[in-house]
Design a protein around this ligand. Structure first.
Ligand SMILES: C[S@@+](CC[C@H](N)C(=O)[O-])C[C@H]1O[C@@H](n2cnc3c(N)ncnc32)[C@H](O)[C@@H]1O
Length: 194
């Protein structure tokens, strides 16, 4: 009997934590769509992330600073922090995502800096020149990154390309991102700025 009570108690705690998590996700969704007015997006595809990390480790092996513009729950930031020797920055404007990525980062003991900010406001003020900037932002938001080309050497955009500027390399992967009903094939677009 004691054992059953114990299992039920654990189950209740689990359901409570899950409810809390879903409630926060729901409020973050509303914050994203109604206050920030940005279309909600899922995290990047795992194979695409892996290809991105392999690309950095092959062609930009000893980079010092990497920045993920719009780091979400921090999955890509953690992978970059784990697989490269760079200082990895994640810029994210949604508070619950920032909290979760800090919790995961603490849990997995990955060294990265997650900053709660509007990435473009932050880049306006920052004097760090990033060796590599990565972004998975959507077809419109990615265009804003071009304004900061003097603050980065390499930009790797996942799935969304910059208008009027030719990538130095394009890596094709299988699958696609669906964004506002349109399919964008999985690609890494690499841009070199300086
Ligand atoms: C599709 S997710 C990408 C998450 C992660 N980089 C990945 O590859 O899985 C895009 C994230 O960018 C964030 N974002 C969009 N515009 C932003 C901005 N101006 N400043 C900071 N974060 C932004 C969104 O809140 C969202 O979490």
């Amino acid at each position: 009997m004691m054992f059953v009570m114990y299992v039920l108690y654990i189950l209740l705690i689990f359901i409570f934590v899950l409810d809390l998590y879903l409630a926060f996700k729901f409020f973050e969704y509303l914050y994203c769509t109604h206050i920030l007015k940005q279309p909600p997006m899922v995290a990047s595809n795992y194979l695409l992330r892996q290809a991105l990390v392999d690309y950095i480790n092959t062609y930009h092996k000893n980079v010092k600073n990497i920045c993920d513009i719009g780091s979400g729950f921090g999955g890509l930031v953690r992978l970059l922090a784990e697989k490269t020797n760079a200082n990895v920055y994640g810029l994210e404007n949604m508070p619950f995502s920032v909290l979760m990525s800090r919790i995961y980062g603490w849990f997995y003991r990955t060294k990265s800096k997650i900053i709660w900010c509007d990435a473009f406001d932050w880049l306006d003020k920052s004097d760090i020149i990033f060796d590599v900037v990565v972004a998975y932002l959507g077809p419109d938001a990615i265009q804003k990154v071009l304004k900061y080309k003097n603050k980065m050497h390499i930009l790797i955009s996942m799935d969304f390309k910059l208008k009027n500027i030719k990538p130095v390399r394009v890596i094709k992967m299988s699958g696609a991102t669906r964004y506002k009903g349109k399919l964008y094939p999985h690609m890494l677009y690499v841009y070199k700025f300086q």
